[in-house]
Design a protein around this ligand. Structure first.
Ligand code: ATR
Length: 281
């Protein structure tokens, strides 16, 4: 039997097996999607066990997105620039590392919401790994302005510096009410990449931007998917601003991975419905 799986530690929270297996069933692809909960000590030997022709590929999640860069045989240009992989593809026994976090995020924006990023003004909250992948992909799409707001300003500055090599001037600011006023007054898309608002996270009750500052005419995108309605999404809905929840990015990075593994068009709606069901159960 062919094998695909998700690699990470811990994996109890992951719903990727449910929505990927639903897609495999839908296309009658004879492969099983596994949970590979591997400790850091066992990571190198795990890579030896997957090197055979029955291994189709893997999703990679926390905490191995950076570590796996050195364990695969090749990486794509975008994964190299982002500095992380979230997907491995076995191409004739050569393990190739991809990053579909950013491309999945863009695909959800475009295909599901009809949002065309080129020439748009964007505010990203957070400066970690997810922010990097999203910012990189939005810049590739030709956005006209980017502000990165982070609790630790030095981290926002470092990310801005790294991304500025791509040619766009980026503002980095501290995440607080005063400094957010100006960028929030003239923006098309706001993306929360921090864990503020996440169930069992550091600050589950709050929105990363003060509810009274949420603009009505910008799209509010929270990449946190548990709960489906975060405090930010709730506050944005009260303001009647358009919203995009985090399940879309999760599912669409998986849609892109599925297509790389199987060279078959992914059943997007089936995957989204299976993900929603898994989250609710
Ligand atoms: P990921 O790879 O998921 O992006 P990460 O690299 O650990 O995770 O980044 C987490 C992001 O959430 C960072 O921007 C972090 O801010 P700092 O750089 O200041 O640490 C942000 N974050 C996490 N908890 C936060 C909190 N309680 N308040 C504000 N920002 C928070």
């Amino acid at each position: 039997m062919k094998r695909i799986g998700i690699l990470g530690y811990p994996l109890s929270h992951s719903i990727s097996p449910e929505f990927q297996q639903a897609a495999l069933y839908h296309h009658e692809i004879k492969a099983t999607f596994h949970r590979w909960e591997v400790t850091a000590d066992d990571l190198n030997s795990f890579f030896e066990t997957i090197r055979d022709s029955n291994f189709i590929g893997a999703s990679v999640t926390i905490p191995y997105k950076e570590k796996c860069l050195d364990l695969v045989d090749e990486i794509t240009e975008s994964a190299r620039l982002i500095g992380a992989i979230n997907c491995i593809v076995n191409r004739d026994n050569v393990l190739v590392g991809h990053n579909t976090d950013g491309s999945g995020f863009i695909r959800a924006l475009k295909t599901k919401y009809g949002f065309e990023p080129s020439d748009k003004k964007v505010l990203i909250i957070g400066a970690g790994g997810a922010a990097k992948a999203i910012a990189y992909s939005l810049i590739q799409e030709g956005i006209s302005q980017l502000t990165i707001a982070n609790r630790t300003i030095t981290r926002a500055e470092e990310l801005a510096q790294r991304l500025e090599r791509n040619g766009l001037k980026i503002n980095s600011i501290k995440l607080d009410k005063q400094t957010l006023v100006a960028p929030l007054s003239n923006v098309d898309l706001i993306v929360n990449t921090t864990s503020i608002g996440m169930k069992n996270g550091p600050d589950p009750q709050h929105s990363p931007i003060p509810p009274d500052l949420i603009p009505q005419n910008a799209i509010i995108n929270d990449i946190v998917y548990n709960p489906i309605e975060t405090p930010l999404i709730k506050a944005a809905k009260l303001k009647q601003a358009p919203t995009i929840g985090g399940l879309d990015m999760l599912v669409y990075q998986g849609v892109e991975a599925f297509e790389l593994w199987t060279k078959t068009l992914a059943p997007e709606t089936i995957m989204y419905d299976a993900a929603q069901k898994a989250l609710r159960s």
